[in-house]
Design a protein around this ligand. Structure first.
Ligand code: GDP
Length: 395
């Protein structure tokens, strides 16, 4: 797929930046257009891949914001986004509509600008364009506290409703105790980029490599067309020695034309089937009960000589059983020079996601204590500033 990628807020911008870096590093092509939108000037300055001309500062004239961000207040994030929607739309005039399959709006759900602003933008994009609008939403870690959970649980509702599909990444599932916060984000953003780019860029090849069952962007679109939220599974294995040899120039000349013969290697079907099982059974971008998915899609990516139709079919049948879904699509994505073979699985419209329930519980608790505090605050101030017997008068 080719997408117009818009990173909204701090996490959104950093992640969009990381997606571009991953594309560059692996020679893949996902974003036909990329842009960052933020209410905090300082966050936009930190980006490396998104060119300066494609970084838009919103809320500059807003009294409370003035380039300093929305202060983890999604209402404010939504307000400044609404206020500056025309400006955002003008910047989107640069999207090469003939070359994109859809939009991808990326945001962290626990803050203010992305949490409040991304759903507002997604809704407008859906009203304006015919192309599908996808979301990539990052759920906060539980250690971030009640306010982040409350923001995320509320944003999750509006972002899901405003998009054709909201793909989730759960920081809680990906945190590591020995990381610094920013170091941890760098690591998780890389893992996130690996999964999203490998999946969504499948099929975008320069035309020189053909394969029997190449993944097509319409397969991905179809799988995502369920609505709801989705999660992604991934695993990889190094390529065989023979493949590595064939990737050298001499080797490639000598095996030229023998790819089909190689793919009859009896271990390859097992390798592919095993990779898909391993992916689905390991950490998903957002943990979910696989059997609750409505549709699924498998992408096997790597050197074509490691592909096996038999393996892909077996993996597809296995996943059909696991998801109890009739609709599991599978295909490959040839990457001649890749040093590993990977399996990426999109589980679309998963409805059993314990982390969302947990987030909502934490959010309700936070909402209650915010309400309680608001109700008693006036009394507490009053009590503080008046003497015990109320014998003093204010001046
Ligand atoms: P905003 O700028 O107001 O939208 O807020 P941020 O994007 O700074 O933060 C929103 C949420 O995103 C936080 O609560 C974190 O959970 C998450 N977050 C912030 N930075 C990163 C990052 O680099 N990677 C990931 N995975 N999550 C992040």
């Amino acid at each position: 797929m080719n997408l117009a990628v818009i990173g909204f807020g701090n996490a959104g911008g950093k992640i969009a930046d990381r997606l571009l870096a991953f594309e560059r590093e692996t020679g893949r092509s996902l974003s036909a257009f990329a842009m960052a939108v933020n209410a905090a000037a300082i966050d936009l300055e930190k980006l490396e891949e998104i060119p300066e001309a494609k970084r838009l500062l919103i809320g500059q004239t807003h009294e409370q914001v003035k380039g300093r961000g929305a202060g983890a207040d999604p209402e404010l994030g939504a307000e400044v986004t609404r206020q500056d929607l025309n400006e955002i739309e003008r910047a989107l005039d640069g999207v090469p509509l003939h070359a994109v399959d859809g939009f991808l709006v990326v945001a962290g759900l626990g803050g203010g600008t992305g949490s409040g602003g991304a759903p507002v933008l997604a809704e407008r994009l859906r009203e304006t364009y015919e192309e599908p609008v996808y979301g990539l939403g990052v759920m906060p870690g539980s250690a971030e506290g009640g306010r982040a959970s409350l923001n995320a649980a509320r944003s999750l509702q509006s972002f899901t409703n405003a998009t054709d599909n909201l793909m989730l990444f759960d920081n809680d599932a990906w945190r590591s105790t020995d990381d610094s916060i920013e170091g941890g984000y760098q690591r998780t953003n890389q893992e996130l980029a690996r999964r999203f780019v490998t999946l969504l860029a499948a099929g975008e090849i320069d035309g020189s490599q053909v394969s029997e069952s190449a993944m097509d962007s319409s397969d991905i679109r179809r799988t995502l067309s369920t609505g709801g939220v989705s999660t992604i599974a991934y695993s990889e294995a190094t390529v065989e020695r023979e493949t590595r040899k064939s990737q050298g120039l001499l080797g490639r000349l000598s095996t030229n034309g023998h790819d089909e013969q190689e793919s009859e290697n009896s271990d390859l079907p097992m390798k592919i089937h095993g990779l898909v099982r391993k992916a689905v059974q390991s950490r998903l971008t957002c943990p979910a009960d696989v059997s609750s998915a409505e549709r699924a899609l498998i992408v096997i990516s790597g050197p074509p000589r490691e592909f096996s139709q038999k393996g892909i079919q077996r993996a597809r049948q296995w996943l059909e059983q696991e998801t109890q879904s009739v609709e599991v699509l599978a295909g490959d994505d040839p990457r001649q020079d890749a040093d590993h073979l990977s399996a990426c699985v999109l589980l679309s419209n998963v409805t059993d996601v314990p982390r969302v329930d947990q987030l909502q519980e934490q959010a309700v608790g936070a909402q209650d204590s915010i309400d309680d505090q608001a109700a008693t605050r006036e009394d507490e101030i009053d009590e503080l500033i008046t003497d015990d017997q109320n014998r003093l008068d204010p001046v």
